[in-house]
Design a protein around this ligand. Sequence first.
Ligand code: NFE
Length: 496
Amino acid sequence: MAKITLDPVTRIEGHLRIDTRVEGGRVVEAWSKGEMFRGFESILKSRDVFDAPLIVQRICGVCPISHAIAACQAVEEASGQAPSRNGVLLRNLILGANYLQSHILHFYHLSALDFIDVAAILDYRGKAPQLKALRDWVLKETRSGRILPASPFIPQFPGGLSTDHAWNIGALTHYLEALDVRSETHKMAALFGGKMPHAATLIPGGVTTGADPAVVENFRSRLIKVSRFIEKSYLPDLLEAARQYPQYSKIGRGVGRFLSVGAFEEDGAPWLPNGYLSFEIGTVPGNFERFSLGKVGEETGHSFYSSNGNPQAQKSGAYSWVKTPVYGGQSVEVGPLARLLVADASGVQDVSRALDDTLQAAGLTRDHLMSVIGRHLARGIEARLLVERMDRWLSELHLGAASCEPPLPGASGSGLGLVEAPRGALIHELSADAGRIANYNCIVPSTWNFAPRNNRGAPGAVEAALVGTQVDPRHAGIEVARVVRAFDPCLACAVH
Ligand code: NFE
């Protein structure tokens, strides 16, 4: 076998193609290709700055909150405004709910089918109504010749799936429950965001909904339900996947450089680009340092853009519509694993404790974190940590106080938004003139992770992670898919 191509990579948002060259049963080279162009930065030009939080949310239905908050921060800096304390806490809560939604979506509905064998439903003999209904529906559709067995869950690659019937059925049960749990998280976000997925209340200055005691308790009761699912289903399923797929704790290492720009403002001070944030800011491993915007660059040597950033579909050497963000001239990995590693390296104690506990339960070490299983575990650990923080933020809300400062019109100058989206470091850069957007630039998590080679030919994070992956020719690329999906690709975001 000379190559494996996944085109399109399925169960993601947007259009991603992965090409690999295989020698001796291992991937020796990989190319990550974003196959579409969007153009949000052009759409934003000359709009009113107050439109930015609404427009940028349309980049993506999965992580709209992080885009909105980044835009609010950028507009606030350009207009010299600080959000209210309640507004900051409400942003944290809406974003936290969106993280929980996104992490549970990623494991159960986007990735689990690479591990569990859903065809186990055909042999289900139990009494759970949801599972019986699912089995009967699959059997009926199959007999009618409309679909193949397990088609509600296609596409699924052959080979390498779990043969543990009890886990297959258990995880499938959780797959169905996760639909309801995600609905709870959406409702939580909508309680303060007005609606989901694209929230209506996030504006420069804060959040237009107040902190009403009944709404706060409504949010808290749903958080308890979601927390129960994380503890009883999500984390145990992650540990079971780690147990059944030990080889996946050893592959998918990647570039080994991690970046986090800090998530969730905590100290009540006006927002500052380098202020204290609960997941900390920096790069690891080894040489933890504070994040510096001056070290961020965007390269386009292998992307379909001209040197001044305009789309250029016919360009020699280009193979992706994703640009190549670099930090200090090098490709880095962003995302939940990066956040945990940065926080761990910078002494955030509850993060270090949670890492220790989970790794011990999985029989793994910190070195195993830089792997497919490590990236999945990182989301579960983060979900548990977030529930604790969200409960605290609810308690810190000043009930009945304003959650929003009056808007300051006529923003002029530049502004920066730095937010950790569920998938990693998100940067929005704005320049404004008399309240209108002169220029807007987004550097987005999946852009970092799914970048093509940089200008010096070094691979992007996913391209590097794929190298060395052992592949079985009978499996049609499931090993490659597992490595790729552990990064949780969103190409709609990556290209924006
Ligand atoms: Ni479209 Fe997004 C990415 C996340 S950016 S899902 O990449 O998380 O805010």
